[in-house]
Design a protein around this ligand. Structure first.
Ligand SMILES: [Zn+2]
Length: 492
């Protein structure tokens, strides 16, 4: 029996023409290859599943291809180098997964071997995947190599989080941003794959998969891969939905309407319809979170703070629910109870809440079931205001470093609690920028104490229940409406 090859691997782009949806990067890379002006280091950044590693491999393949025409960047996919690269056995293509062991040994190894000539072709290409996960020593070692790169070396750093790459490294790289794929691009690629695989998939079902994948071609092809063996005949929208456990987004939309409008009974009926149609509860909760987030973004862009505040507290509750649904023995009752409670709160809230918008967005009421460790630390309104006013005065880059911080004030001492080591460290490096504003706020003898949260002690909240549960992302949603579009979903 032949070894099963996933559709994603089988249909991974083997030519630049295949590289869907990344025209700018694709054109620039091809131009550099043809004109022999390839940079020593590239940084490919963008959401997961958008083709960064595929593009990096294509670059490597094209550079070492012996069958390539002079005026074309397309690899021949037939010469020894191409064949080995496709098979993953090429010695001149070294892939380092920084996520698996933070890259310490590999980078050390790299420094030792970087001066050795390539085995077969003119170039040795290092692809460092999830490069933002490299440790500081690994980055330092890499930087030393980037400062004096041997002529035969090309580095491609791929990352879903370019902000975590040190600026000194970014400065040495040519950067390309990989965009999320549009639903049309995904659907069109899926149609091609389905056609080649001789599987019949309705256009509606294709569109559903494309939407569910949220811009990630890899996820989309992965979903198709799950569907194909399960379906006995042509794949219809209904069968795609029930096989993938995805709720009809229109039903979810009306469910969310009911919850937000305080119609508890209708919400429960709607939930049962969604459930009866075969939707998985986690997908239901995720769908509600997406709908809620879309509405939150819309409210923020209209500066409708009352609605934004309400939606952000509903979103908080859904995020919490998303984490609970996985562990709970009776998730259905949990979802029902949460939605009913939110609906009831919406009803009573709209009856008693004054129509005037509160002046400070940060004074969001805590989520209904706040993680216990936050209770004692939630700062008073005045602290929050003094802190956010100080933040506003920083430039954007510096400010980003402090977004994760939770302030506590004790006389002239400002304690900043950080959830992430990287922010904790960077914040201290940027302290000189913040200090004048803290002095203006707390007086000339003001001091700042930078503290990193003990992650073990705060595990329930510090391990985000879902990607959107990331406190950093949530702070951005709350504080910087202009940057809310950068919230991204990265599934496990
Ligand atoms: Zn070739």
């Amino acid at each position: 029996m032949p070894e099963y090859q996933s559709l994603y691997r089988k249909y991974r782009s083997q030519t630049f023409a295949d590289l869907v949806g990344q025209d700018a990067a694709s054109r620039a890379l091809q131009g550099a290859i043809v004109s022999r002006r390839v940079a020593h280091a590239y940084l490919f950044s963008g959401s997961r599943g958008t083709g960064k590693t595929s593009a990096a491999r294509l670059l490597a393949k094209a550079l070492n291809c012996t069958g390539r025409g002079r005026d074309s960047a397309e690899p021949c996919n037939a010469c020894q180098s191409c064949v080995e690269m496709t098979a993953g056995s090429a010695l001149d293509l070294i892939e380092i997964d920084a996520a698996s062991n933070r890259g310490i040994d590999e980078i050390r190894d790299l420094r030792e071997k970087v001066n050795l000539a390539p085995a077969l072709g003119p170039f040795k290409v290092y692809i460092i995947d999830e490069a933002h996960m490299l440790t500081e020593p690994a980055f330092n070692a890499l930087l030393k190599t980037l400062e004096e790169p041997p002529g035969h070396i090309v580095f491609v750093l791929c990352t879903t989080d370019a902000q975590k790459i040190p600026l000194t490294v970014i400065g040495r790289c040519q950067q390309f941003v990989f965009r999320r794929h549009s639903e049309e691009q995904i659907a069109s690629r899926l149609s091609y794959i389905a056609g080649t695989e001789k599987v019949s998939v309705d256009a509606d079902a294709m569109a559903l998969i494309a939407r569910t994948a949220q811009g990630s071609m890899r996820d989309a092809v992965g979903l198709l891969d799950q569907l194909v063996p399960l379906a006995s005949g042509p794949i219809s929208l209904e069968s795609a939905r029930s096989l993938l456990g995805i709720a009809d987004p229109r039903l979810l939309d009306s469910l969310l309407d009911d919850v937000l409008a305080g119609r508890a009974a209708e919400a429960l009926t709607e939930l049962n319809r969604v459930y009866a149609a075969g939707a998985e509860l986690r997908q239901v909760v995720r769908g509600l979170m997406e709908g809620c987030r879309d509405r939150l973004v819309a409210a923020l862009s209209k500066r409708d703070q009352t609605t934004a505040r309400r939606l952000s507290s509903v979103l908080d509750a859904l995020l919490h629910l998303d984490g609970e649904v996985r562990r709970h023995a009776e998730p259905r009752f949990l979802v029902e109870a949460t939605l009913a409670r939110l609906a009831v709160e919406a009803e009573t809230g709209s009856a008693t809440q004054p129509a005037v918008a509160a002046p400070v967005v940060e004074q969001v009421s805590p989520p209904p079931a706040p993680p216990s460790h936050e209770v004692g630390r939630r700062p008073a309104g005045g602290e929050v205001r003094g802190w956010s006013e100080g933040l506003e005065k920083l430039n954007r880059t510096v400010r980003a470093v402090y977004l994760d911080a939770q302030p506590e004030v004790d006389g002239s001492l400002l304690v900043l609690w950080f959830g992430y080591g990287v922010h904790h460290k960077k914040a201290q490096e940027q302290s000189a920028q913040l200090m004048p504003h803290v002095r203006a706020w707390l007086g000339d003898d003001a001091k700042i104490d930078y503290r990193l949260r003990d992650n073990d002690a705060t595990k329930p909240a510090q391990r985000p229940a879902s990607p959107e549960d990331d406190p950093f992302v949530r702070e951005i949603v709350r504080r910087f409406d202009g940057r809310v579009t950068r919230v991204k979903e990265v599934s496990e």
